[in-house]
Design a protein around this ligand. Structure first.
Ligand code: SDX
Length: 472
C-alpha cells in the first residue's frame, strides 16, 4: 500500500487519467501521437489480462501499475538499472541507429555536418531545429563572440584553484559559479531569457577552458579576439604569446579540425551527461548548475573521461609487442579497452571514423603522434578477436580523439574539457526541448525495496558487533 494513503490514491488516479489523455491521441505539441497497437499482458498470478497501448513502439510504464495481485497493492513497476531499455522522454534532436552506425542531428547525417558546417552553425541547428541562413548565422556568431568574455571575478574564482587542479574539476565548479553571476537565469519560464543563457554558455565555456589551460601553464589570461571564428579564437586564447602559438597558416587547419571535433561531440541523445542535464533541469534549476551537473557526469572515465583514459591505457601498453599481454587482461575482465564499446552502437561509431580522418589532417601540421600506430594495431587485433566480435565492441568516439588532442598540444587532463565544449550545445538543446515539453515533470524514479522489514529500535549496549566493511 502506497504510504501516502488516500491522497496518493487520488493523485495516482488523476495522473493516470491525465497521462492517458496526453498519450492516447490527445494533442501533444503540434503532433497527435497515434496508437500503433495493443500489448496484452497476462498475469499468471491472477489469470487476469491487461491490454496496454503501444505507441512509437513503446508502452507507457505507468500503465503497468494497474497490474496488481491485491487492490491495495502499489502496482507493478518496470525495473531497469542503467535505463538500458527505458525511454525517459521523446526528442527530435539526435537520431541514432546503433545497429547501422547512424547518427543524425535534426535529420542531417553527422558525416555531412562534420564536413560542411562550422561548429556554431551546428550549435544553432541543435538549439533552434534548423540550419541558420547566412544572416542568422552572422548574427548568432556575433552574439556568441560578444559574450565570450568572463567577469573579472570569475578569473579570481579560478585563481583559487591549485595550478595542477584537474581541468574538469575547475570547469564543473566555475560553470556552477556562473549561476551566481547571472541570477536572471532563474527565470527559466521565459524563452527569450533561456536563449540569452544559451549564448552565454556556448560562448563562455571555451573561454573558461582556455583559462584553465593557461593557469596550469602559468600564463596570464588573454581576452577573446572577436574578429576570429569560434575555434580560432579558442586557439588564440590557449596559445597566444606562448611557445605553442601555431603559425598563422596552421591556425585555419587546427581551427577546422577543432570545429569538426566539436561538431562530432555536440549531441548524442540520452547519454549519461545529457540525461543528467534533463534530470537536474526537471527541478527547475537554472541552466548553469544544470550544465555543471552534466559536465560532472561527463567527467567519469566510462563516459567523457574515456578519451583521457585511452591515452593512459596506450602509455601503459607502451608498444605493439605488449598488446597480446594487455588483451589477455581485458578478456579476463581485469581491464577495459578504453575507447571501445558503446551502450547504443553495436557497430562502428560513425564519429570514430570521422575522427580518424581528422587525425591525418592534424598530423600534416603537427608531428605524427606515434600512439596512432599503437591504437590502429589495437583496433585491428580487437576487431578480429571473438571476445570483441561476440560483444559487438567497436571503437567509439573516444578511441582516437585523445591522440589528436595530444598531437595538437593538449595534455590528457584537458581532453574531457574539449568534449564538454562541443557537448554544451547538445545539453542546452535538450534543456530547451525539455522546458517546452508538455509532459515536463520532476524526475523522480521509483525503486524496488529489498531491505529490512519493520524492526524495533535496539539500545546501543544490546547491539552486536559487525565486520566493519559489511554493507547491508
Ligand atoms: C561515450 O552514451 C553515449 O552516447 C556516450 C557517448 C556520447 O557521445 O555521449 O557516445 C560518449 O561515453 C562513449 C563511451 C566512452 N567509454 C569508454 O570507452 C569506456 C570503455 N567502454 C565501456 O566501459 C562500455 O563499453 C560502455 C560504458 C561504453 C558501455 O557499457 P555498457 O553498455 O553498460 O556495456 P557493459 O558494461 O554491460 O558491457 C557488456 C559486455 C561486458 O562483458 P560481459 O560481462 O558480457 O562478459 O561487454 C564488455 C563488458 O565487460 N565490455 C568491454 C568493454 N565495454 C564493454 N570489455 C572490454 N573493454 C570494453 N571497453
Amino acid at each position: 500500500m502506497d504510504p501516502g494513503g488516500a491522497i496518493s490514491n487520488f493523485r495516482q488516479g488523476a495522473f493516470g487519467i491525465l497521462d492517458g489523455l496526453r498519450w492516447s491521441g490527445a494533442q501533444r505539441g503540434e503532433e497527435t501521437v497515434l496508437e500503433d497497437g495493443k500489448l496484452t499482458i497476462n498475469d499468471s498470478r491472477t489469470g487476469k489480462d491487461y491490454p496496454l497501448r503501444i505507441q512509437n513502439s513503446s508502452i507507457r510504464a505507468i500503465e503497468l501499475r494497474q497490474i496488481r495481485q491485491d487492490p491495495d497493492e502499489f502496482g507493478m513497476l518496470s525495473y531497469d538499472p542503467g535505463y538500458t531499455n527505458t525511454a525517459s522522454c521523446t526528442s527530435r534532436i539526435a537520431y541514432i541507429d546503433g545497429a547501422k552506425g547512424i547518427l543524425r542531428y535534426r535529420g542531417y547525417p553527422i558525416e555531412q555536418l562534420a564536413e560542411r558546417c562550422s561548429y556554431t552553425e551546428v550549435a544553432h541547428l541543435l538549439l533552434n531545429g534548423e540550419l541558420p541562413t547566412r544572416h542568422e548565422l552572422e548574427i548568432w556568431n556575433q552574439d556568441v563572440m560578444a559574450h565570450s568574455r568572463v567577469h573579472e571575478n570569475v578569473k579570481k574564482f579560478m585563481d583559487g584553484f591549485l595550478y595542477d587542479a584537474h581541468p574538469m574539476g575547475v570547469l564543473v565548479s566555475t560553470v556552477a559559479a556562473l549561476s551566481t553571476f547571472y541570477p536572471d537565469a532563474k527565470n527559466i519560464e521565459s524563452r527569450s531569457n533561456r536563449k540569452r543563457q544559451h549564448v552565454r554558455l556556448v560562448s563562455k565555456i571555451p573561454t573558461i577552458a582556455a583559462y584553465v589551460y593557461r593557469k596550469s601553464q602559468g600564463y596570464p589570461y588573454p581576452e577573446p579576439n572577436w574578429d576570429l571564428s569560434y575555434s580560432e579564437n579558442f586557439i588564440h586564447m590557449l596559445w597566444n604569446g606562448t611557445r605553442r602559438e601555431p603559425r598563422a597558416e596552421h591556425v585555419k587547419i587546427l581551427g577546422r579540425a577543432l570545429d569538426t571535433l566539436f561538431i562530432l561531440h555536440a549531441d548524442h541523445e540520452q547519454n549519461c551527461s545529457t540525461s543528467t542535464m534533463r534530470q537536474v533541469a526537471s527541478s527547475d534549476a537554472d541552466p548553469y548548475v544544470c550544465v555543471s551537473s552534466a559536465a560532472a557526469a561527463l567527467y567519469g572515465p566510462l563516459h567523457g573521461g574515456a578519451n583521457e583514459a585511452v591515452l593512459t591505457m596506450l602509455d601503459r601498453i607502451g608498444s605493439k609487442h605488449r598488446i597480446p599481454e594487455f588483451m589477455e587482461k581485458v578478456k579476463a575482465g581485469e581491464q577495459r579497452l578504453m575507447g571501445f564499446g558503446h551502450r547504443v552502437y553495436k557497430n562502428y561509431d560513425p564519429r570514430a571514423r570521422i575522427v580518424r580522418n581528422v587525425a591525418d589532417q592534424v598530423f600534416e601540421i603537427t608531428d605524427r603522434n606515434p600512439k596512432i600506430e599503437l591504437a590502429m594495431e589495437l583496433e585491428r587485433i580487437a576487431l578480429e578477436d571473438d571476445y570483441f566480435i561476440k560483444r559487438k565492441l567497436y571503437p567509439n568516439i573516444d578511441f582516437y580523439s585523445g591522440i589528436i588532442y595530444e598531437a595538437m598540444g593538449f595534455r590528457p587532463e584537458m581532453f574531457t574539457v574539449l568534449f564538454a565544449i562541443g557537448r554544451v550545445a547538445g545539453w542546452l538543446a535538450h534543456w530547451e526541448e525539455f522546458m517546452a515539453d508538455p509532459e515536463k515533470r520532476i524526475a523522480r524514479p521509483r525503486q524496488v525495496y529489498t531491505g529490512q522489514d519493520k524492526r524495533d529500535f535496539v539500545p546501543i549496549d544490546e547491539r552486536l558487533e559487525r565486520a566493519q566493511d559489511e554493507v547491508l
